[in-house]
Design a protein around this ligand. Structure first.
Ligand code: UGA
Length: 487
């Protein structure tokens, strides 16, 4: 199928390459000429495992192209919108400038029957407004949120754990949407998913469209059902495999995305709140997480206590969600997200204090090796990185900080030129009075032994900001080990 992907940042570039890899003819469009030149040459403008290979293959095979010319979107059956929605400069709400600009630029090239599939994370209610703007062209706007994780973006795009498509329902005169039975539409082999948790009917086996084909006859098919069927064709490998395919209304689809990120952020802050209590009581939050994580209803994933979450999504998404809820007059419904944010930021303070305390209350002139700059491993993304925030604060207190990271040094240097950087871990460690692990790359977590580190540093002090080290092993080698919420 011919597809266009508007916005070739993290989401868009991966989506374009992944869609080409499953056989579609894809054009990626972006206003940034440098990005387009790099992608056209098969180069990923950021670090993402597996992406360079897909880009090279797609460009060489001829079914993946990149351009700055929006006119090239013409003729595509589905147009994905994957531009960024950053936090506003002067507030918490999402900045929709790029989404609006992408839609404005695309509208002249839409044909009747085209699908415009929004993937950007937007405040609930945005899609309904965009749908009205697109409607006069005869195209249909749907919302198809993306759940990919950086570092696993290719895999998550080709083989996601669920697909969600919000489609327009017939409008009443007041503009309210009615969804005639659409929430029951389900493609692919039937699954029993969701039923144990009292899951919604949306996951019940519905049409039995095992081949991902149309679920109703074309005569009776609504605009939304037709759009959902086209999206099933787009995601054919996942649909064929039985991946849950949830068709819902526009508002629910938008909310699924932000609520998923809000839930993940809450889970992380929950365990970090327990870390704070553990610190006051001598308990060990990592053992606590293991113990509660055995309960299948809770689960161990995203119960990693440490310096907390960062990145281009979780922090800004919970803030934008809270801001949107305020606009809707429902601020109190998600007021806990402000606490989630506050707990998260407090953990960065805690890491700074641990280093200061470990160095007898004064870091001025002390050499601190900061292992990690990216907001998480397998990424060179430093957006709202807790690792760099902690490094910057220590420098602000007078410490002589050297930051190292396997992938993110260049990005970090551009944003924080005042910090010293070392490409090599061991160079950063050399002569350090204290070591701070803030991104749990294997290079630090698995491949750095206390014995080896001891040959390089000036002082055997280690602060494990990600609780990723074997505390007993470091202590056995004579190190002063400090974890987050563990004795
Ligand atoms: C997040 C979501 O996980 C994706 O599902 C979503 O699609 C994406 O945002 C997005 O909205 O685009 P991502 O930002 O790549 O993905 O990162 P996560 O893997 O969620 O990690 C976020 C942060 O939480 C990282 O800083 C990580 O170190 C931290 N984290 C994660 C913890 O502190 N503890 C944990 O147990 C897990």
């Amino acid at each position: 199928m011919k597809l266009s992907v508007i916005g070739c940042g993290y989401l868009g570039a991966v989506h374009a390459a992944a869609m080409a890899s499953i056989g579609h003819e894809v054009v990626g469009i972006d206003v940034d000429e440098r990005k387009i030149a790099a992608l056209s040459a098969g180069d990923a403008p950021f670090f993402e495992p597996g992406l360079p290979e897909l880009l090279t293959q797609g460009v060489a095979a001829g079914n993946l192209r990149f351009t700055t010319d929006m006119a090239e979107a013409k003729g595509a059956r589905v147009h994905f919108i994957g531009v960024g929605t950053p936090q506003q400069k002067d507030g918490y709400a999402a900045d929709l400038t790029y989404v609006n600009a992408a839609i404005d630029a695309l509208i002249p090239y839409l044909n009747p029957g085209d699908i415009v599939a929004g993937k950007s994370t937007v405040p609930v209610g945005t899609a309904a407004v965009l749908a009205e703007r697109v409607a006069p062209t005869g195209a249909t706007l749907v919302w198809n949120p993306e759940f990919l994780r950086e570092g696993w973006a290719v895999e998550d795009t080709i083989d996601p754990d669920r697909l969600v498509v919000g489609v327009p329902g017939p409008s009443t005169s007041s503009g309210t949407q009615i969804l005639g039975g659409l929430s029951d539409v389900h493609a692919g082999p039937s699954t029993s998913s969701g039923t144990q948790d009292g899951g919604s009917g949306a996951q019940d086996s519905g049409s039995g469209a095992q081949d991902g084909g149309p679920s109703t006859s074309s005569e009776t098919q609504s605009e939304g059902e037709r759009a959902a069927d086209i999206l099933r064709e787009v995601y054919h490998p996942a649909v064929a495999k039985g991946t849950p395919f949830i068709v819902t209304d526009l508002a629910t689809a938008e909310l699924v995305k932000v609520s998923a990120n809000a839930f993940l952020a809450t889970k992380i802050s929950f365990i970090n709140a327990m870390a704070e209590i553990a610190e006051a009581t001598g308990a060990d939050v990592t053992q606590l997480a293991d113990a509660i994580g055995h309960d299948a209803r809770i689960g161990r994933r995203f119960l990693g206590a440490g310096i907390g979450f960062g990145g281009g999504c979780l922090p800004k998404d919970i803030r934008a969600f809270a801001a949107r809820a305020e606009e809707l007059g429902r601020g109190e419904s998600v007021s806990f997200l402000r606490e989630v944010d506050a707990i998260n930021l407090r953990r960065r303070d805690r890491a700074v204090h641990l280093v200061v305390d470990a160095l007898d209350g004064n870091v001025v002139g002390k050499k601190v090796a900061v292992l990690g700059a990216a907001f998480k491993p397998h990424s060179d993304d430093i957006r709202d990185s807790p690792a760099l925030d902690v490094a910057v604060r220590l420098r602000g207190l007078g410490a002589d900080v050297t930051v190292t990271d396997p992938q993110a040094i260049e990005n970090a240097r551009r944003q924080h030129p005042q910090l010293a950087y070392s490409e090599y871990r061991d160079d950063a460690l050399r002569g350090a009075d204290a070591v701070l692990v803030v991104t749990e790359w294997d290079e630090y977590r698995r491949h750095l032994s206390p014995e080896h580190a001891a040959t390089l540093v000036a002082g055997k002090v280690i602060v494990d900001g990600r609780n990723c080290l074997d505390a007993a092993a470091w202590r056995a080698d004579g190190w002063a080990y400090y974890g987050m919420g563990r004795p």
